[in-house]
Design a protein. Structure first.
Lengths: 164, 628, 584
């Protein structure tokens, strides 16, 4: 495992201090680390374990239990395709496949160039717009009939691919 | 605020601010003439309602109208299908599918010219008079509804506590603190007949009583906002549209059982709801509605938000408690029930969002008012999320006892594109299906269970003739397999095996024995799983097996998917008579499975190569491609 | 409190309030099969093997967690319950690798027994299996998740017994596994390799890394002179591998078996235990008399040493610098014995039979070698010795009692024997230290205050006019408070004995596995106590009961080491420790 940069270590330390002493702090800390670093590095689990009195294995057990925690950095752009029932019956599986093809990413993975992470998510609660996908916090509804999402992905590929 | 009086004074002044929205309002406070309510629920936000609001505000300011016309961000109106939605008061005009480009026209024509923009208005025709309906209350989508839990959704600015207080907000809390003993509160809830809206339908008052009966000491009140059933989003809408209603009810529950701390456990996938809750808690604390000595009484209560992190099982109460404690969200056996030993091992009550959203009104209007609504054993209303193959997708709140037909046809507008209604799935991954035969059954907790489904949190997914019921069952099983916590054997391994059997059926490997195995295993999981979710995991399969056995049998006996969904069972062919040898199909086939000679030889599909994507069928302009 | 009245299988049963259906049933002599349940350790209701029918309940209940209530009616053997149990076990088997015939736990496997007991003839389900992890990198313990039933007994054992929590459930649903952090190897995390998890495992998912083949290789190598030594605790438990009652002492039969296997010398680590007392006692006296670091802590338990290096590196100077007895023995065998027998130390293979998996990790420590020659070459656990004896076709039950080889190191004192039980090292040390300092024979040799199976024992004794405070702890969860006291500078003690496993070596991670049927049984047997008793009995039988009176120890100092703590003794018998990072 590569060593974590100093800046990230400081972020982790700050987060750990913020929640130290609170009841049940492990998940509170993990949420903040995930939010601020985009993933949960091993060092964070070690520090969280030490500060909260549970073992590192147990922290890792928590991290791997919840789908929103990741142990690897996410891609630059995150796409979530809703696989809730309403979206499914309106064709979200096909949508997911098209986006896989378009981005060269497998489901729940990050593309080789680090440009996209693609997740199939649980119901996003926007069933009225089914099928729904989210790209970088922007919700795209009726994504089978509208090409807005795919257009945006193509635009990203055009402007950013190879630039990294 | 230190007293009930102060709260009342605040209400009196705040009421003026929203007077324009009251029925029959004409004159308003100050110079305000119009209130423009823009939906800022997740659905409408995703179709740029924020931009609409921004443009509206800018243009109003530019034209010097910003003192006369106030733009207000509200929660979900429920009619997500028609979003983004803009409502104008006191005119009661309901604009649908508004685009940012429409803003200028609305201001010009309506706000200045006084003429509503017809083309954007809700298009609803009165069945009897055949006249167009304009009045929001009379729109058919709303006419059958009775809004209790959704009372304030789409009516007020959820980020402004004054608007909530203006609509009787925190009056119920003040009332219980000053006029009622904790036991009286519990008795009132018991008498109301309120049952848990999260799935099980357990009587809320009884639950509170259990916790209240525990020896005094640390106790906790939890709001379960880990709305996880795919297809259900009423809790999100309530939290986004009316967060204080939930918070106030939690404080009332805290008073009733003797708790001083509350937690809202909410999915991290609901960022807008989380933000509004944070704002609401902050504003309430600032006014002294949470914290020490609320409204000058001895009662102290605080609320903290704890986020879910992507685990459906955390909607199960014991798993939720584990998760709040920072652990893996794995359910623990009951008894002991949370009311005896819950979060941090202390007595805890857990109610769902919608349940709480009823509480303040029960206190204010009385248990008698509430219990007069609904059926014998299911009182009040229930919010359903209509989704799937239905015209009006969105949220509806109906009195218990309303029939399925009323919900699906009168409110929901039936299946789109003239397709035939096949079933409605309720109760999500724990529920089952209702069919045409059940359309006239009054919806309540017990009837749904009797029909082999359940209320669940209120997702209603309408399925039409194009949906394969085996595929739907497989979908739910896949969901369960993904979301099983893995603790107990039947759920961890059993659901996986069920999914494998279902996949076999969908891919043509199933036999009649597969169906028997599926049923036996499903029943066994129901009987042995550790938690409620595991015990109900097989329901979607058992329900479809019972109701749509013919579809299952078509898959295993004839290797045919009647709805044409299960790809492995599809068979594409080109009718040589109809083929014009244009080569379009061959050029669009992603795997090169079609061959022929342009203009000379009819095209044929190589079935070994065909991946059944249907591209050929879509591109053929002559209807030469057949699927069977 | 008034008892709860219920009926199990129509039989009226009385149970304590708060007890479970399982407890009530067992008290009434009704057996309900279990898998994940382990008394005092694991009670999660996860596996669903113990499901029973409860009248009025809509689904079956897990007897291990379901509390009894007044008027309850339970059916443990209704068709519904039996069928459910069978399905559950079949589901487990459908995600199990199923290579029973080549499994280390074959015929000693709780899952196998369940399948047999429930009459499973065919596993109805088949399908994908959870992608397994196989970790055999660590010298002590192997993890094979293809056999894991996810009972969680190992997880809870590590957490409760050692306070460590090396293992956790990771992932979820069908992908759930039991693993150290990041699914790393035991070797790359702060695992003591004590093997308590192995002893808790109902199946072959956790086991000792087997080294039998290395012993056979050495025995068949004409160039190798193969010496075996056996730790004190082995004799108290080896018999269990052959069906003898727990607590049967098999010292003589064990020596006979080892000789029949063909070892060139058969020695007893007890001799080296006496040697350890000489060195450690001397070290303690030195520390007391010359303001050395106190309290001094024993260093016989390699699991404990690893723990200290990971978790309390600031306390390493409190550790006695003495190697553990079998390592001392190895060092003597490869030096003094080699010289006197004119053997190249490279041509001596020392095999230690130990009740311990951590010893396998101890012998590969770089500190435990001299000029490239390891002090001890192979460690076999008690269980492995049992297998070796069976493999060699030796009829263990009918062997005559024989002595260890008496030539140089065959004699041992009673003090050496009790090393195998928690408090034994302390008692042995006290016998020697007190007598040495007071310079007169002890009135009583039995320091019973430090005996027993409690996790922490403390005592205060007068030694040569000085009040000496001692403490004895076994298992890390029991040791931790003592260590925290030292760290805080408030420890009142002069001398502390710490053993890695609860009850000491008699309950080590390499000892015969006490199945859940015994641990949860109708009349639970305190196996630790029974095994310890075997050792105290042997102590009482010895003519020499003090280490410093062992004539062969005296001879070793006369002829070779000169005196305890001498430069040569230091070179061979003492070691160093260093802080270790928890995670690699």
């Amino acid at each position: 495992m590569g060593k974590l940069n100093e800046q990230s270590v400081q972020v982790i330390d700050r987060i750990v201090d913020r929640h130290r002493g609170r009841l049940g702090p492990v998940k509170l800390m993990l949420h903040d680390v995930q939010k601020e670093l985009g993933y949960i590095p091993f060092e964070a689990m070690e520090k969280i374990a030490a500060a909260s009195g549970v073992s590192a294995a147990e922290v890792y057990g928590v991290v791997t239990f919840y789908t929103q925690f990741t142990t690897e950095p996410k891609g630059k752009h995150v796409i979530n395709v809703c696989m809730g029932t309403a979206c499914y019956v309106k064709g979200s599986a096909d949508l997911l496949q098209r986006i896989c093809d378009l981005t060269g990413t497998k489901v729940n993975q990050t593309s080789a160039d680090g440009l996209f992470s693609l997740d199939a998510t649980r119901c996003l609660g926007a069933c009225g717009l089914a099928p729904v996908a989210i790209l970088d916090d922007q919700v795209y509804g009726n994504a089978t009939s509208s090409t807005a999402l795919e257009d945006r992905i193509k635009a990203i590929i055009k402007t950013e691919s190879g630039v990294q | 605020m230190k007293s009930w009086n102060e709260l009342r004074e605040l209400r009196a002044s705040a009421a003026k601010e929203i007077a324009l929205r009251n029925p029959g309002a004409s004159a308003a406070a100050g110079s305000e003439r119009l209130h423009v309510l823009v939906c800022a629920g997740t659905g409408c936000t995703s179709s740029s309602s924020a931009l609409i609001m921004e443009q509206m505000q800018q243009q109003l300011t530019a034209r010097g109208l910003d003192q006369e016309v106030r733009v207000i961000k509200t929660g979900c109106f429920g009619l997500c299908q028609k979003g983004p939605i803009v409502a104008v008061y006191p005119d009661k005009i309901f604009y649908c599918h508004v685009k940012p480009d429409d803003v200028g026209e609305i201001i010009e024509q309506h706000f200045i010219g006084g003429q509503p923009v017809k083309r954007l208005e809700m298009n609803d025709i009165d069945e009897i008079t055949q006249e167009k309906i304009f009045d929001i209350d009379k729109i058919r989508f709303y006419a059958k509804q009775q809004r209790i839990a959704l009372k304030n959704c789409g009516q007020l600015d959820p980020e402004n506590i004054r608007e909530y207080i203006a609509r009787d907000g925190y009056e119920a809390l003040a009332k219980v603190l000053h006029e009622m003993q904790p036991q009286e509160v519990i008795d009132e809830i018991k008498k109301s007949g309120l049952r848990g809206r999260g799935g099980g339908g357990f009587p809320t008052g009884v639950k509170w009583q259990f916790a209240a009966d525990q020896p005094a000491g640390d106790k906790y009140v939890i709001c379960n906002a880990d709305e996880g059933d795919p297809g259900a989003f009423m809790d999100r809408s309530i939290l986004e549209g009316d967060p204080h209603a939930v918070l106030e009810a939690m404080a009332i529950a805290g008073y009733a059982i003797g708790a001083q701390q509350g937690y809202v456990y909410i999915r991290a996938e609901y960022p807008i709801a989380v933000k509004r809750l944070q704002i609401a808690i902050g504003q309430a604390k600032e006014l002294g509605l949470f914290g020490e000595h609320i409204l000058g009484t001895d009662f102290s209560f605080d609320i903290e938000i704890r986020l879910g992190a992507g685990a459906f099982v955390c909607g199960e109460e014991t798993a939720l408690i584990q998760s709040i404690e920072g652990k893996r969200g794995m359910p623990v056996p009951k008894p002991p029930f949370p009311a005896v030993s819950g979060v941090w091992g202390k007595p805890t009550i857990i109610n769902n969002v919608e349940t709480y959203a009823n509480v303040a009104q029960i206190i204010l209007k009385g248990s008698g008012w509430f219990s007069a609504i609904g059926t014998e054993k299911s009182k009040g209303t229930k919010v359903f999320a209509l989704g799937g193959k239905i015209v009006n997708t969105g949220l509806v709140e109906i009195p218990m006892g309303t029939t399925l037909r009323e919900v699906i046809y009168e409110i929901g507008g039936g299946c789109p594109n003239g397709k035939k209604f096949k079933a409605v799935q309720t109760g999500g991954p724990s529920g089952g299906c209702l069919t045409v035969e059940d359309l006239d059954t009054p919806i309540d907790f017990d009837n749904l269970i009797a029909l082999g489904s359940m209320m669940g949190s209120g997702g209603m997914i309408v399925l039409d003739e194009d949906n394969c019921m085996v595929d739907v069952a497989r979908f739910y099983m896949e969901f369960i397999v993904d979301e099983s916590c893995g603790k107990c054997t039947p759920c961890r391994v059993g659901t996986k095996r069920m999914l494998e059997l279902l996949t076999d059926i969908c891919e043509g490997r199933g036999t009649m024995e597969t169906l028997d195995e599926l049923e036996t295993l499903g029943k066994m999981i129901k009987d042995t799983a550790l938690c409620g979710l595991g015990q109900t995991a097989a329901n979607p399969v058992l329900s479809t097996l019972r109701l749509f056995r013919d579809e299952y049998e078509a898959h295993v006996k004839e290797k045919r998917c009647p709805a044409g969904v299960c790809k492995k069972l599809l068979h594409y062919s080109i009718d040589p008579e109809k083929c014009r040898k244009c080569s379009m199909c061959a050029r669009n086939c992603p795997v090169g499975a079609i061959s022929g000679v342009p203009g000379q030889k009819p095209y044929v599909i190589d079935h070994d190569k065909c991946i059944k994507c249907g591209a050929c069928m879509e591109t053929c302009r002559f209807g030469a491609v057949k699927r069977d | 409190m008034t008892k709860i009245n219920l009926k199990i299988n129509n039989i009226p049963v009385q149970a304590e309030p708060g007890s479970t259906i399982l407890e009530a049933a067992r008290a009434a002599g009704i057996q309900i099969p279990t898998l994940c349940y382990l008394k005092d350790v694991n009670k999660t209701g996860a596996c669903r093997v113990c499901t029973v029918e409860i009248k009025g309940a809509k689904s079956l209940g897990a007897a291990c967690v379901y509390p009894v209530s007044e008027g309850m009616e339970v059916f443990t053997n209704s068709q519904r319950a039996l069928e459910a149990r069978k399905h559950t076990v079949e589901l487990i088997l459908s995600n199990h690798c199923g290579d029973c015939l080549s499994c280390i736990r074959n015929q000693n496997c709780e899952l196998q027994k369940l399948a047999q007991q429930l009459g499973i003839r065919k596993v109805r389900y088949e399908g994908e299996k959870t992608p397994p992890t196989f970790d055999e990198v660590a010298p002590g313990i192997v993890r094979d998740t293809s056999k894991c039933v996810l009972c969680g007994r190992c997880i809870e054992t590590c957490k409760k017994v050692q306070g460590l929590g090396i293992l956790s459930f990771i992932n979820r649903g069908f992908n759930t596994k039991v693993a150290p952090v990041f699914d790393k190897s035991f070797n790359d995390v702060n695992c003591m390799q004590c093997g308590q998890c192995v002893n808790a495992c109902p199946v072959g998912a956790l086991f000792e890394k087997e080294d039998i083949h290395r012993v056979i290789e050495a025995l068949n190598d004409p160039d190798q002179h193969v010496i075996v030594q056996t730790a004190p605790a082995v004799r108290a438990a080896l018999g269990e591998e052959f069906g003898l009652p727990i607590g049967t002492r098999v010292t003589g039969r064990m020596a006979a078996a080892l000789r029949r296997i063909g070892f060139d010398r058969v020695y007893d680590t007890n001799y080296a235990a006496d040697l350890t007392i000489m060195e450690e006692g001397h070290e303690f006296i030195e520390r007391v008399q010359h303001q050395g670091v106190l309290p001094m802590i024993t260093s016989c338990s390699p699991g404990w040493i690893r723990y200290c290096e990971f978790e309390y590196p600031d306390l390493l100077e409190h550790l006695s610098s003495c190697k553990s007895p079998h390592m001392m023995f190895g060092a003597i065998l490869k030096s003094y014995y080699a010289q006197t027998h004119n053997l190249d130390p490279r041509k001596i293979t020392v095999v230690s039979i130990m009740p311990c998996t951590a010893k396998k990790a101890e012998v590969v420590r770089p500190e435990m070698r001299k000029d490239g020659v390891a002090d001890v070459d192979v460690v076999l656990t008690t269980r492995e010795l049992g297998r070796l004896i069976k493999m060699y076709g030796i009829n263990f039950e009918n062997l005559p009692d024989e002595d260890f080889d008496q030539d140089m190191f065959g004699q041992y004192s009673g003090a050496g024997v009790i090393f195998g039980a928690s408090g034994g090292v302390m008692e042995a040390a006290l016998r020697t230290v007190k007598e040495t300092l007071e310079n007169k024979p002890l009135d009583s040799l039995d320091f019973t205050v430090v005996r027993g199976m409690e996790g922490v024992k403390t005592a205060e004794l007068e030694v040569a006019g000085m009040q000496v405070k001692v403490a004895v702890a076994s298992s890390m969860s029991c040791a931790k408070p003592l260590l925290d006291e030292i760290r805080a500078g408030t420890s009142p003690y002069h001398f502390i004995e710490i053993m890695g496993c609860p009850g000491g070596c008699i309950n080590g991670g390499g000892q015969p596995i006490i199945n859940a049927s015994i641990r949860n049984g109708f009349k639970p047997i305190d196996w630790k106590k029974e095994r310890a008793k075997a050792l105290y009995d042997e102590d009482a039988l010895q003519s020499v009961r003090k280490s410093h009176e062992n004539p062969q120890i005296i001879a070793l100092y006369d002829q070779f080491l000169k005196e305890p703590g001498s430069p040569l003794a230091h070179e061979l018998l003492h070691t160093t420790y260093s802080k270790k990072e928890r995670f690699k």
